[in-house]
Write a protein that binds this ligand. Structure first.
Ligand code: CMX
Length: 436
């Protein structure tokens, strides 16, 4: 059986001529135009990134390597006794585009175990930080602290060929993936659970081990697998993916790049929205003082938020124009899980789903009035005891690492250039508009 790395090399060698040919023979073919609104408005819709790891259709939602979320969950090998697949198998899929066999999944499981030992100084770094530091700051700092481990940085300094950059990048990315679950769980137990970190169990897969290190019983292992896979990748233009790609394009290694991407994920318009959703719903529940919320009360609270100039967290999207299938997948998990289905917080989130789209439509600003992934994810965590909602974005970050690290491995394999778009001045825009 070919190893993952051998399979990846074969895929890279097959793919390289396609990229080379496109640039050499068809480099002048136009795939879009840029308007003034796009230049000022966050480059929305500008096609200037390439990735084959995932694609986001505005009406359909995400496809990972061509597969929808239900297809992905269906196709990948499952952990025995669990309903959800191995995260390790999903990593194989993202990197190669192939659904792995059981044996191929086990290779990744074993490989990650061999790389999983988090250096002691990482825990020292975390312990030196004030305990009220945001967990995303801790997560990013821990990743950055490990930069001295980078095989890519070492090989680059030794003078490696461009054609081989992907290899040490793959090494760093695999090592990071193997270590992130323990770092995240350590932050959680140190910060919120009376400083009681739980050692990893080498017999468990990534999702199972994460649940174990969090100190949460089944089916939280399946929640972790589902959560990490759902949050992994959303093509290249979102802030965390784009930042990771941008930093890596300067040939910064995976540690520098992922740490930067995690900092972007920590923004309230991006990953932090999942914490904001819970904060918003909890504040709303508090105001009701234990009363069961009515649709009218909820509608008023939504308008109050909008009228005070704030966004409704968990709603809207830069690309999507329908309900996020990541939202739907988590909603379906809630509906099929006894206990969760009738859980008051889930009922409230479902009521927001009934009311918020109409309110946002009447408000008339958001191009997409439907919920995104963040509107649903906190409820599940809360139900399983993770009520410390400022930790939620760290969970997002562990999942997001799968996508962005697979992407930067391929960036190096295909020799993508250092990113350097061109800026213009306001004077130039006024000239282009013919008003100057
Ligand atoms: N509540 C209120 N207003 C909203 C809104 C929401 N949920 N979503 C968009 N709008 C507003 C925008 O703020 C913008 O207002 P201005 O014209 O005053 O600047 C207007 O509607 C148009 O925005 P848009 O084109 O529909 O959306 P953008 O592509 O600019 O932004 C996003 C996308 C996600 C940042 C935005 O919808 C938002 O702020 N949502 C709430 C935060 C959130 O859930 N983020 C998580 C997204 C998923 C993720 O990355 O994790």
């Amino acid at each position: 059986m070919a190893t993952l790395k051998e399979t990846l090399l074969k895929k890279i060698q097959e793919h390289r001529p396609r990229t080379t040919r496109l640039v050499k023979e068809f480099g002048d073919v136009k795939i879009g135009e840029v308007t003034i609104a796009q230049a000022i408005g966050g480059a929305r819709g500008v096609k200037c990134l390439v990735t084959d790891i995932s694609y986001l259709d505005p009406m359909e939602g995400i496809r990972f390597r061509g597969m929808t979320i239900p297809e992905t969950f269906e196709a990948l090998p499952k952990v025995p006794g669990s309903e959800y697949p191995y995260v390790e198998g999903f990593w194989y899929l993202l990197l190669t585009g192939d659904v792995p066999t059981d044996a191929q999944v086990q290779e990744v499981v074993e490989d990650w175990k061999a790389r999983a030992q988090v250096p002691e100084y990482v825990f020292d770094v975390l312990r030196t930080m004030p305990r009220d530091t945001h967990p995303m700051t801790m997560f990013s700092a821990a990743i950055l602290a490990m930069q001295r481990e980078s095989v890519f940085a070492k090989k680059y300094a030794e003078g490696i060929s461009k054609m081989d950059y992907w290899d040490p990048m793959y090494e760093d990315c695999s090592t990071l993936m193997a270590r992130l679950p323990q770092i995240a769980a350590y932050i959680y137990r140190m910060k919120y659970k009376g400083d009681t970190p739980i050692a990893p169990d080498p017999d468990l897969d990534m999702g199972g081990n994460f649940a174990h290190m969090m100190g949460i019983d089944k089916p939280y292992d399946d929640v972790a697998r589902m959560y990490f896979i759902l949050h992994s990748d959303h093509e290249s233009g979102n802030v965390s993916a784009h930042t990771t790609h941008l930093v890596a394009s300067a040939l910064s290694d995976a540690y520098y790049s992922l740490s930067a991407g995690i900092n972007g994920l920590a923004g309230p318009l991006h990953g932090l929205a999942n914490q904001e959703v819970l904060r918003w719903t909890q504040d709303f529940m508090k105001k009701l003082g234990g009363e069961v919320p009515t649709k009218e009360g909820l509608e008023k609270a939504l308008w109050d938020t909008l009228n005070s100039g704030q966004v409704i967290p968990g709603y809207g999207h830069a690309v999507l124009r329908k309900t996020d299938p990541r939202y739907t997948a988590q909603r379906e998990f809630c509906l099929k899980t006894p206990g969760l289905k009738d859980y008051p917080l889930f009922q409230l989130v479902s009521m927001i789903f009934e009311v918020a789209p109409d309110v946002l439509q009447q408000h008339g600003k958001a191009k997409n009035p439907w919920p995104n992934v963040d509107a649903q994810s906190g409820v599940i965590q809360w139900y399983y005891g993770v009520t410390e909602y400022d930790f939620y974005t760290v969970l997002f970050g562990v999942g997001r690492a799968l996508g962005v690290l697979a992407n930067i491995t391929w960036d190096r394999a295909l020799g993508y250039a250092i990113e350097r778009p061109k800026s213009v001045t306001t004077d130039m825009l006024e000239e282009a508009a013919g008003i100057k």
